[in-house]
Design a protein around this ligand. Structure first.
Ligand code: IFM
Length: 787
């Protein structure tokens, strides 16, 4: 350890603290209360997750109190081993720290808490913690930490620890290490699943190194870290590195003086054998750590903050007049920012915030989450769609397993795209039951294409379409053509589960059939378009997937003759064949938290024989295809189905919020919006300990921008139908559209719009059905009336 002068040390500490200073209050999420219960500890860990979309770390307290479920997850690292199906792997931890005095650990759960607070600085992506604790011997200590992982270099992490003994002078042991002894939690209580095996553990003069390997796929994860006291020179400390099996512990003992602060710093590098060949992993990881140390944490932190600034500049959405909504919205955008995959990869239903839903990718991704990236960070959206392209071979296998041709995207997807839906789960009433979603919830196939089409429409990325998109589109269309059955003159789809998962094995789910109708028409249309515009590329693709015009013609025939049941009198769409003949109930009672309660005589075992539904189904169909249904159809279907919807899924509230805005049910829409926005902050479904509900997070953003902001993009124009709640003075955001940036400020009676573009263009904009021409690079103010 090199000797540094006292003034060097002091200035390094000062700079670190300065850099890590908290942002303004509006950017902070504070939690002062520590409830010593597993669920509460773990819910906080989910909420306080930090990350960069490559690796995310749960916001566990550094000393890992009993009941914690700390963990780090790396995007796309799945493993099966003894688990039922592949799952997201809990990776070796590097953020644990413990402070000991005379054999006693300072811990929130065993000390008297004099003060405690965790603060997430959402503007900078830093998690802070400040605790003053008194142990059984009466010793009082203040522990302050800050942790972050970097956006500009996703392999680097940083931990700042400051320890101040308040009323005693005595030796203090401060430990931090690299911990490969981590397990996923299994399906049954206390079941643990080990996905990692030790490959290498080593100490250098000033670093520790750990390399673990996933047991099935053999992916190596390497971590190298330096752990140092930076406020004092070497004379006051003793450094003892120790290795216990798969755990490296670096212990620093200091002769602590009452009232004096001791500052420690940990610099960590994480790599995997996906980026670096196995044989070079050790060398490369150490090399990167040395470069990090040389560059200094301060420089890296500053570079990281610059990227955060740019990210927020693009994606912040400002609501003036509603602090609660603003804070909740920022929280949701923060989680979107820390989960965008920086390389090819996708996003699971719980982000990288936990092992909930095993880290699997569902339809949540394309329908609820992807739009945020399409409109803000199209390169991330592209990474997510490329994941679907690369999992086409898995989708082909799924189609074969279903007795079909083409490609069937997995209901739950992980490494290869082969379906990884578990075979059984505990039902809402805690009984074990078989899961049919993997074999029946086929709408996912078209949901992926829905996301692809939106990406193309907003970004205009033709190269993606040519290289990847058309193949995805045609292969999935081929699946549907082999999946439908012809009954008389129409085409039907039997034995499916729609978005409402209370009803299984149903025929002709309206949502699924409508998606397929649209999907096949799109495929046939694009075939025709490509035939004229780019026959060479089309020809190449046709040869690659053995495809010809007659197949495309057949798609059009199926699309035009897909079965739907609509009551001609009421204009109600029947959710599936026979739905209107089920025992009819409506929700009329609500519990203390505002959740609908089951009517008398209904329980979750029998709910499938009633008209009660889990989440929006017909309503989401109308939301996704707003131009295909009249206002009256939307209204009657909303009113009918809303009374029968249990909202047992986090995907439901935002759907009703957006549809409510479309049909003028604005007060209800606002209440649904706030439920979505606060879903995890208020732990609405009491399961935030299992991870963040990514669809609700994406749905929050969509409700604000596409719902209240009323923004949508057609191929040639911007369409806006805004409406603001009374207390909102204004709503402002920026979206990207093709190569342009569009800055929008919405007020109750007007919008101002600036299209930033390198070329001088005039772009049509429809505002409540009036069309204007907007010149690029000039602010234009347009008046509207929304009533
Ligand atoms: O995809 C959803 C589904 O619609 C309802 N159950 C949970 C899944 C993952 O969020």
């Amino acid at each position: 350890m090199s000797r540094r002068s006292a003034s060097d040390l002091a200035s390094a500490c000062f700079s670190a603290e300065k850099l890590l200073e908290l942002s303004a209050e509006e950017w902070l999420l504070r939690r002062k209360v520590f409830r010593n219960s597993e669920k509460s500890i773990q819910a906080n860990e989910s909420i306080f997750t930090i990350g960069n979309g490559y690796l995310n770390v749960r916001g566990s307290l550094e000393e890992l109190p009993p009941g914690h479920c700390g963990g780090m997850y790396i995007s796309g690292i799945y493993d099966k081993s003894e688990a039922d199906v592949e799952e997201l792997v809990k990776c070796p931890m590097w953020t644990d720290v413990s402070v000991w005095s005379e054999g006693e650990k300072f811990c929130l759960s065993c000390c008297k808490i004099l003060f405690h607070e965790q603060v997430l600085d959402m503007k900078k992506g830093v998690l802070h913690r400040l605790s003053t604790l008194k142990n059984a011997a009466g010793k009082i200590i203040t522990i302050q930490t800050a942790r972050l992982v970097f956006m500009h270099n996703v392999h680097l992490g940083y931990l700042f620890v400051k320890v101040t003994p308040r009323n005693f002078s005595a030796p203090l042991r401060v430990l931090s290490g690299l911990n490969g002894d981590v397990c996923n939690r299994g399906y049954f209580p206390r079941e643990m699943l080990k996905h990692l095996q030790l490959e290498k553990i080593e100490r250098g003069r000033a670093f520790m190194y750990l390399e673990m390997k996933t047991r099935d796929r053999g992916i190596r994860i390497s971590e190298a870290a330096s752990w140092k006291l930076i406020s004092h020179d070497a004379s006051v400390q003793r450094w003892e590195p120790r290795i216990y099996g798969e755990k490296f512990t670096s212990e620093i003992t200091i002769d602590a003086q009452k009232g004096e602060s001791y500052i420690f710093e940990k610099l960590c590098v994480v790599l995997t054998s996906r980026e670096v060949p196995d044989a070079q992993l050790y060398k490369e990881t150490i090399c990167q750590l040395k470069a990090y140390v040389r560059s200094t944490a301060l420089n890296e932190i500053a570079a990281n903050f610059t990227v955060w600034q740019e990210k927020w500049k693009q994606s912040d959405v400002v609501i003036v007049g509603d602090e609660e909504a603003q804070k909740a919205l920022r929280f949701n955008i923060y989680h979107l920012l820390i989960n965008g995959p920086p390389r090819v990869g996708s996003i699971g239903a719980k982000f990288l915030s936990s092992e909930g839903y095993l880290g699997h990718v569902f339809w949540d991704t394309e329908i609820f989450i992807l739009p945020f990236y399409i409109y803000n960070f199209p390169e991330i959206a592209r990474n997510m769609l490329l994941y679907r392209y690369h999992t086409l071979p898995g989708a082909v296998k799924n189609a074969v397993n279903a007795g079909c041709t083409g490609a069937k995207y997995a209901w739950e997807s992980a490494t290869t795209g082969e379906d990884v839906t578990p075979r059984f789960a505990s039902k809402l009433e805690k009984t074990i039951r078989f899961i049919y979603t993997g074999t029946e919830e086929d709408h996912i196939v078209s949901d992926v294409i829905y996301g692809l089409e939106k990406y193309f429409r907003v970004t205009g990325d033709e190269s993606f379409l040519l290289e990847y998109g058309l193949e995805m589109l045609f292969m999935t269309a081929r699946f549907w053509a082999s999946r439908v059955v012809k009954v008389d003159d129409s085409y039907e789809i039997h034995c499916v589960i729609g978005p409402d998962e209370f009803h299984e094995h149903v025929n002709n789910n309206a949502y699924t059939n409508f998606m397929v109708k649209w999907h096949l028409e799109l495929a046939a249309t694009l075939y025709g378009y490509m035939h004229k515009k780019n026959p060479v590329s089309l020809d190449y693709l046709c040869r690659k997937i053995c495809f010809n015009k007659s197949e495309a013609d057949n798609w059009l025939v199926i699309s035009r003759n897909m079965k739907f049941s609509v009551d001609p009198q009421t204009r109600l769409f029947e959710q599936f064949d026979g739905y209107f003949n089920l025992r009819d109930y409506v929700f009329s009672g609500y519990d203390r938290t505002g959740h609908p309660t089951l009517p008398r005589g209904v329980n979750y075992r029998t709910i499938g024989s009633t008209t009660l539904i889990k989440q929006a189904d017909v309503v989401i169909m109308m939301l996704l295809f707003p131009h295909n249904f009249s206002d009256e159809e939307k209204r009657v279907n909303y009113e009918y189905y809303e009374q029968r919807t249990a909202h047992k899924s986090s995907l439901s509230h935002c759907t009703y919020a957006m549809m409510g805005l479309a049909i003028g049910k604005r007060t209800r829409a606002y209440s649904y919006f706030m439920k979505t926005a606060l879903f995890d902050l208020d732990n609405l479904h009491k399961n935030t300990h299992l991870g963040i509900h990514a669809a609700a997070v994406g749905g929050t953003w969509q409700t604000v921008v596409n719902g209240f902001g009323g923004l949508s993009i057609k191929s040639d124009r911007i369409v806006m139908n805004p409406w603001l709640p009374k207390k909102w003075e204004s709503l402002s955001f920026t979206v990207r559209w093709k190569a342009r940036f569009v800055d929008i400020n919405i007020f109750h009676d007007r919008i101002s719009i600036l299209i930033r573009s390198e070329d001088a263009v005039e772009i049509p904009l429809s505002l409540y059905r009036k069309t204007y021409k907007i010149k690029s690079n000039e602010v234009q103010v347009l008046h509207y009336c929304s009533s």
